[in-house]
Every structure is written in C-alpha cells, then in structure tokens.
Design a protein around this ligand. Structure first.
Ligand code: MF3
Ligand code: CO
Length: 259
C-alpha cells in the first residue's frame, strides 16, 4: 500500500528530515581513525534524543543500535561494536534513521577514514552521483524503473556492481512502506510516481560483483567477493509541484537545470 502525503504531512517529513540531516552532519565530523563504531552509535543516539526524536533503527526487528556502521566489504547493516576500531584507509558507511512527531527519516552516507585510495574515493563519489541521477528521475508521472535505470547505467559505466538483494523503499509513518525502489530497472517500467509519494532512494554499489551474503550475526551484509562497497541514501518526496525534493538534505529541490 502506497500512502500519499498531503501538504501538511510533507511539512512534518521536512522537519524530521532536516533533523536527521543535522545529526548526520555531526556524525560525519566525528569520524576519526582510532574511534570505535560504538562511540559513533552512542553519539548518534544522544543527538537524536536531545531533539526529542526517537532512533528508529534501535529495536527495529531486534536491531541493537541506532546506526548501521558498515566498513569496507560490509555493504549495509553493520552492527556497531566496541572492537570495531576505525583505521586510516577504511571506507565507512553510516546509516541512521529517526522518528520526529511520528514521521520517519532515513539517510546514509559513505566516507573515507583519514586518507583512502583514489579507487575507493571514486567508488564513493560515483555512488553519490548514482543517487542524484536516480533522484532526479523521480518526478511526477515517471516510473520506479526510471530511478533504477539511472542508477544502474551510471554505476555499470564504471564497471561497478549494483547490489540487487536490497532496495530503497517508501517511507512515512513507517520506515518501510511500498513501493520498493530497486537500484536497477528499465525505463518506463514499474509503479508510476506521483506527487505526494515519499521514498528513500539508496544505491549500494560494490567495486566488484553485486552478489552479497548475510553474516551469522543475522544483520551484516557483505560482498561475496570481498570488494569494498559504498552506500548513499536520502529520504525524498515527489513534492506538491511534482518535483524531487530531498527531505534529508534541506532546501535541495532537483530541477532539470540543477546538476
Ligand atoms: N536504513 C535501512 C533501510 O533503509 C534500515 C536499517 S535496518 C535497521 O532499510 F534494522 F537497522 F533498522
Ligand atoms: Co532506507
């Protein structure tokens, strides 16, 4: 079931999105070699609760933390731990979600810890570009497949693998709503996008092959070939004007002219 949001509800989601943007900015600044991913998780929970919001990941289907911290060949859903110490050269993705006044926001980014290789930086940059290409396709009247096609074309032009087993999703009062948003697809195929839809678009791109597995912890997803992976996500709306508007990157409305 797809829940369309009216103007008032979109306004609420802009607020929760703006708060998550702020939280992620602080987390990004805090990332340093030598820190544990638990330290980052504790900081995230403090920031979220300070603003009277709720960490949405904590206890979600038993998940034990407020962020996912996925290092190198970990794609997503890495569980923060005291003994995961960030090392210079690591590629870290941080995924976080919160609920403000009943409305969800979900966003992720990937960064290098200290100095990283040029190859790793390119993977991170291309993953962000994939997101923006996909997001720009999300206009009133377009199709879900247009988003995935845009992401896939760009990633594969670099020889990267587009993770298929995990997808983006609708979002609103629930973290996961219909429709599912794959990062691959065919133009003009799939559900038609309409003003009032709110979705999380989240390319997960591997330097190598796209096949992935879940570790025995029941959460962490890793690439099967051990290649490093990057993840970038924003909660966004097809807004009242039918244009893609990033809710977890306030003020960012994607128009055809904007790059
Ligand atoms: N951000 C993830 C998603 O988009 C959710 C993390 S799963 C959780 O689906 F268990 F950590 F919440
Ligand atoms: Co998500």
């Amino acid at each position: 079931m797809i829940y369309l949001k009216n103007a008032e509800q979109l306004q609420c989601m802009r607020k929760s999105g703006a708060l998550l943007y702020e939280v992620l900015c602080h987390l990004r600044e805090a990332i340093k070699p030598g820190m544990s991913t638990t330290e980052l998780d504790v900081y995230a929970e403090q920031l979220i609760r300070k603003h009277k919001a709720i960490p949405s990941f904590l206890d979600y289907q038993g998940y034990p933390a407020s962020i996912c911290a996925s290092v190198n060949d970990e794609v997503v859903h890495g569980i923060p731990a005291d003994d995961v110490i960030l090392q210079e050269g690591d590629v870290l993705s941080v995924d976080c979600g919160l609920i403000l006044d009943g409305w969800q926001a979900d966003s992720a980014f990937t960064v290098g810890v200290g100095k990283i290789s040029a190859e790793a930086q390119q993977l991170i940059d291309v993953t962000e570009q994939c997101f923006f290409k996909g997001a720009r396709a999300a206009i009133n009247g377009a199709h879900i497949g247009d988003i995935g096609y845009a992401v896939q074309q760009h990633a594969e032009s670099f020889g990267y693998g587009v993770i298929r087993d995990l997808t983006g999703h609708g979002i609103g009062r629930n973290m996961h709503e219909d429709p599912s948003i794959p990062n691959f697809g065919r133009p003009g195929h799939g559900v038609r996008l309409r003003a009032g839809m709110t979705i999380a678009v989240e390319p997960m791109i591997a330097m190598g092959d796209y096949s992935v597995s879940q570790l025995d912890d029941g959460w962490t997803i890793v690439t099967d070939d051990g290649s490093i992976c990057s993840h970038y996500e924003h909660t966004m709306a097809i807004n009242e004007k039918g244009l893609p508007e990033l809710l977890t990157f306030p003020g960012y409305v994607l128009t055809e002219e904007a790059e």
